[in-house]
Design a protein around this ligand. Structure first.
Ligand code: ZN
Length: 74
């Protein structure tokens, strides 16, 4: 049986479809019985979708490059 911590650890793999069927079933069973993780997964997916739209898709290559340069200077 997966724990809540396992679910949080597996969240990005779950969204990317990187989990095997056995693990997917375990995740589904956990989400079925655990309100907390259902909410966590829902919020996780929403945040991922928002960040993909607003940061990755709207930033130009130059903007991304300048952010990387700023980070590297620190
Ligand atoms: Zn849980």
């Amino acid at each position: 049986m997966l724990t809540c911590r396992d679910i949080q650890r597996l969240a990005s793999a779950l969204e990317d479809g990187d989990l095997g069927w056995r693990q997917k079933i375990n995740v589904k069973i956990h989400l079925f019985i655990c309100d907390h993780c259902r909410q966590f997964i829902r919020q996780f997916f929403i945040i991922r979708q928002l960040s993909e739209k607003s940061v990755v898709k709207l930033a130009s290559d130059e903007e991304v490059q300048s952010i990387i340069e700023k980070i590297n200077k620190k």
